[in-house]
Design a protein around this ligand. Structure first.
Ligand code: G3P
Ligand code: MG
Length: 260
């Protein structure tokens, strides 16, 4: 698989990551289209994004699909836990009408379908491994398998991330060539050690969960810092000025104008 020349971050490193954009469409373009669907990926592209962030978990029968919540209620016309539903059951659900009637008929996509569309649109991916409880390693391994099977060797690989350390450990073991991002709400005291142990290239944090002085201090250590979820242009500008490299946004069209 092609590589961007990204290396795991180490204290003292200050390199910017070639190819990582300052704006990443969050769950596609979640303000404008039903999140984590193919139409949301297309919308992000139309809004100027090369990069999108998507959440992957497994159906009961082990198919990697795009879905944020543990339950399907918020983003489909169904109910129940994803971990209890087979792919066939999930696929019958409407994943678009809740957002707007014009999206009626939208289906929950497989990771495989999303990867194919990203390649077609010449886009890059941050895949967040969002496992159902207890399926951390299995979800990471399945995602790595799909990427290895479907992602063209000549394209730089997707960036994996997860809040779940066991998922990152499993990805590191299954596909060490895929770059990893350490994803946290609040930056923990031992973030440097964890990043080095997991050989992570990036640190992904919640901008609301950390004081601005703390964001600035972490950025000043040279780690490529990505912040979620930023839908306000003024806040985006502030974060960029603090040294944040990249902003995840549901509304990338609001953020691009303040990126230099
Ligand atoms: O990956 C960044 C961000 O998506 C993490 O939070 O809950 O939106 O998946 P969440
Ligand atoms: Mg996410």
């Amino acid at each position: 698989m092609a590589q961007r020349g990204w290396r795991p971050w180490r204290p003292g490193d200050t390199a910017r990551l070639d190819g990582l954009d300052p704006v990443v469409g969050h769950r596609g373009a979640a303000l404008h289209a039903p999140e984590n669907t193919l139409v949301s990926i297309r919308r992000a592209r139309e809004l100027g994004c090369r990069w999108v962030e998507l959440d992957v978990k497994l159906s009961r029968d082990g198919v990697p699909i795009l879905m944020h919540d543990e339950e399907v209620r918020r983003t489909t016309n169904g109910s129940g836990l994803v971990e209890n539903l087979t792919f066939e059951e999930l696929r019958r659900l409407d994943a678009g009408f809740w957002k707007h009637p014009s999206f009626e008929g939208t289906r929950i996509p497989t990771l495989a379908e999303a990867l194919a569309l990203l390649v077609e649109l010449d886009m890059d991916l941050n895949l967040e491994i969002k496992p159902c409880p207890g399926r951390e390693a299995e979800t990471a391994a399945a995602a790595c398998d799909e990427i290895r099977r479907l992602w063209p060797a000549e394209r730089p690989p997707p960036l994996l991330s997860s809040f779940e350390i066991p998922a990152l450990e499993a990805a590191q073991a299954a596909a060490p060539e895929l770059p990893r991002g350490y994803l946290v709400e609040r930056v923990p005291a031992d973030w440097r050690q964890t990043m080095q142990r997991l050989e992570c290239v990036t640190l992904h944090i919640g901008h609301r969960h950390n004081a601005d002085w703390a964001i600035q201090a972490v950025a000043a250590e040279g780690v490529p810092l990505l912040c979620y979820t930023v839908n306000d242009a003024a806040r985006a500008r502030t974060l960029l000025d603090l040294g944040v490299a990249t902003l995840f946004s549901d509304a990338p069209d609001r953020i691009w104008p303040v990126v230099q």
